[in-house]
Design a protein around this ligand. Structure first.
Ligand SMILES: [Zn+2]
Length: 106
């Protein structure tokens, strides 16, 4: 298991990301936390990624990539990132009433 302090760090620069909301996943009780890198020097500056949290509060370890559920869902392209953000915002609106406009356009 990974700790939250580990999981919240940017996969690229290892700086702690900003939590931008939590969205329910298709799996009951499993939450995906949207995190955004705040390090202006990082390639992933203002790029979101997701960390999965199990119903018991545990976070899958990054080492279990090959056999278990992925900890990070990393967009492979800007288009995919955009689709993920839209999906996250849509779910977020319903569950948490979060606002749009947190993600900068490119
Ligand atoms: Zn980063």
């Amino acid at each position: 298991m990974a700790t939250w302090e580990e999981a919240r760090c940017c996969p690229k620069c290892s700086n702690a990301g900003r939590e931008d909301g939590r969205v329910p996943t298709a799996k009951r009780g499993v939450t995906a936390v949207k995190l955004t890198c705040e390090n202006p020097l990082c390639r992933w500056f203002e790029t979101p990624w997701f960390v999965q949290i199990n119903p018991d509060g545990s976070i899958p370890d990054p080492d279990t990539f090959s056999k278990g559920p992925k900890q990070f869902v990393i967009p492979r392209s800007d288009a995919e990132a955009e689709a993920m953000i839209k999906a996250a915002n849509f779910a977020g609106e319903q569950a948490f009433n979060t606002t749009h406009g947190e993600i900068r356009g490119r």
